[in-house]
Design a protein around this ligand. Structure first.
Ligand code: PDD
Length: 287
């Protein structure tokens, strides 16, 4: 049984309980992070903690721990769980006001701090080799998609649209431009140039997104960070989906039509190889 953390104590996950009055439960009022752990090392922890600070500031919730304490707690949950590679989930909500349900922030209520560790499940080789199929949908989310909040109902509905169609992800378009996936960032490749939507208020600033752009720069792959029009995305030679858990996955079909020639493209294959190399050296510390 995996070990979780709740409000200062480590305990079996099945025993972790929060009151029904918790604002995470009532309002989706909270922030979260998902930190991949390779060879028991949290990946890009400083960047994840910086994004967490950005989210907490954006929802006006005080950070319950400084970075040193987060780092210690995350190290401890990794140590207390099985597996060299893990996915650490952490969540902070605005706590439980036991007196009443009220949209306005309660005063004098302690936040709820929860962490758990799950096995890090990277995509099966079959998905990487053959690519994945996606559907598209209008981006129905709010205008603060840069915040990693637990209010994920729109993302859940959008991801389920893909699942219902036998696909892996839903690519979102807003006002004629590609934003991201329901739970991933999306890159396009056209004429050998990598195209990435900018990190504005309409997308989650992905940690993997940054790694992909850094690897492109390091290996001399031309990249443009700029709005990507829907027509450009649909006419791309390659589309990729990226996230901490999916890494870099080629998208070979969108809404039933082939992306490029309908096979995983060469630029994506190179990026995947760079990413794996980076993981072995920098992330696992074998460099
Ligand atoms: N989601 N965009 C959205 C909407 C996401 O939910 C995610 C990740 C990303 C990619 O971010 P990163 O590279 O930092 O994982 C982009 C996580 C994995 C989740 O919600 O489980």
């Amino acid at each position: 049984m995996s070990t979780a953390f709740l409000n200062g104590a480590f305990l079996p996950l099945a025993e972790a309980r929060v009151p029904a009055m918790d604002r995470g439960f009532l309002f989706g009022d909270g922030a979260y992070e998902v930190v991949p752990v390779y060879s028991r090392r949290p990946f890009r922890l400083a960047e994840h903690l910086a994004r967490l600070r950005h989210t907490l500031a954006g929802i006006r919730l005080a950070n319950p721990h400084d970075d040193a304490e987060w780092s210690r707690l995350i190290g401890e949950i990794v140590a207390r769980n099985d597996g060299e590679d893990q996915s650490v989930y952490l969540q902070i909500t605005r706590g439980a006001d036991m007196k009443r349900r009220n949209h306005a922030f309660p005063s004098g209520v302690a936040p709820t701090v929860f962490m758990m560790s799950e096995p890090l499940l990277t995509p099966p080789p079959e998905q990487r080799e053959n690519g994945i199929a996606c559907v598209s949908a209008p981006d129905i989310r709010w205008l603060r998609c840069d915040l990693k909040t637990v209010s994920l109902l729109a993302n859940c509905l959008l991801r389920q649209q893909a699942i219902d169609a036998g696909c892996a992800e839903t690519i979102l378009f807003r006002d004629g431009f590609m934003t991201e996936g329901a739970a991933s960032n999306i890159f396009a490749v056209k004429g050998g140039v990598l195209l990435a939507p900018p990190k504005d208020n309409l997308v989650l600033p992905g940690i993997t997104y940054d790694v992909v752009l850094e690897l492109a720069a390091a290996h001399g792959l031309p990249a443009e960070v700029r709005p990507v029009a829907e027509a450009e995305a649909r006419g791309a030679d390659e589309l990729w989906m990226t996230s901490s858990t999916k890494e870099v996955l080629p998208i070979v079909r969108l809404d039933g039509r082939p992306v490029g020639d309908g096979r995983p493209g060469p630029v994506g294959a190179r990026m995947h190889a760079w990413y794996q190399d980076f993981k072995q050296t920098v992330m696992r510390g074998n460099g």
